[in-house]
Design a binder for this molecule. Sequence first.
Ligand code: FAD
Length: 428
Amino acid sequence: MQAVTPHAPSYYAASRNPTPLRPSLQGTVQADVCIVGAGYTGLSSGIALAEAGYKVVVLEAAQVGWGASGRNGGQIVHSYSRDIDVIESNFGMEVARPLGQMMFEGAKIIRERVAKYNIDCDLKDGGVYAAMTAKKVHQLQEHKELWEKWGHKDLSLVTDKSEIKKIVNSDRYEGLLIDKTGGHFHPLNLTLGEAAALEQNGGTIYENSGVTKIDRGTTAVVHTAQGKVEAKFVIVACNAYIGELEPKLASMSMPCGTQVIATAPLGALADELIPSDYCVEDNNFLLDYFRLSGDKRLIYGGGVIYGARDPAHVESIIVPKMLKTFPQLKGVKVDYGWTGNFLLTLSRLPEVGKLSDNIYYSQGCSGHGVTFTHLIGRLLGEAIRGDAERFDSFAKLPHYPFPGGRLFRVPFTAMGAWWYQMRDSLGV
Ligand SMILES: Cc1cc2nc3c(=O)[nH]c(=O)nc-3n(C[C@H](O)[C@H](O)[C@H](O)COP(=O)(O)OP(=O)(O)OC[C@H]3O[C@@H](n4cnc5c(N)ncnc54)[C@H](O)[C@@H]3O)c2cc1C
């Protein structure tokens, strides 16, 4: 067995459920479906297909959950990174309707799967969107009305300061939108549970098996350094970590880094900070997100580095943000700090489609991928089984290259983001 690329130095890696080391691919194997990448997209589509009786092989360059899926904020956020009203005004109701009908499905898939396979991942109900100014509270009200229009009625807006502090004990917020169907969980343990579910259904996962090339054909051939998979279908599910594998996919998106810390366990203080135990994200353009872990640490994330460099000192970026929200944590010990990459698209909508008749892809959830990756896993399964109607609802969305190409997309996007950041700091 070869050495496996280690996980990012996160709290999640340190507290992951025991899991077997999986072999790397050696020699030639056959499959109905070969999936490249063992994050939520790959595992979720693999489970959908293996449950339907397909022979599924997953090839993962590092370990299960090594990418964003094993190191994210762990927050269940509905919908897409572009609001459904914007989708409607840009592309019309015909395009928006099926997307709107699916925008709460991903969270249901996660909950069904955790229950069905008894996945131990600290899943808790309840999420909060937090606003810092009256203008931002108004945006929460609009958000509530929009989601209610699309059938999601479980929302309540809280603007009374003393009530706010019973939910999130910070002076920063003027309003909270509570979504009881939001929630949070240990992201790496979800991937490990999903990998076990896939194997339970007859799927095979090879770790330390980076794909170097995919040959097109009626039978596609997926190559690694020491083996290959001959498959009727392929799903490319590499997201921000795709590197040079499929240049077309890399050229229409941009990897971005975001940083997270986990404090030492806070004991009773944790319940004072977030008495509701809900997860929280603010509604700024460059947002902060935080929640309590199963063992009562504060997990706090925020910021974006366009182009996805790994910063040397995650703590120095995130601790000042955390102290703005919770000054009562001054001096608290931080046990872990890590970075992870998500994939930004120009439209902020996911990029879904086919590279050839039998090679599918999905990428670019632009930071809100926990629920979408679970939804698209189901839709990839439907498409490969012969019913592509719901998959095509996403595949028909246009994909735009970033202005400036791969060389200048970072400074161009950073300039655009600076404008929105300035608006946030002015509270507009
Ligand atoms: C720090 C952070 C916080 C986030 N917080 C949230 C949140 O709270 N809520 C939310 O909704 N979203 C969040 N996101 C976004 C969300 O995590 C992602 O959208 C989602 O996990 C993407 O899943 P994926 O399976 O598509 O990609 P990934 O999980 O990145 O998986 C891709 C996999 O492909 C593998 N791979 C790449 N190239 C190859 C190759 N050539 N051969 C084989 N394997 C390969 C990689 O090793 C990796 O394991 C966050 C992202 C980050 C980085």
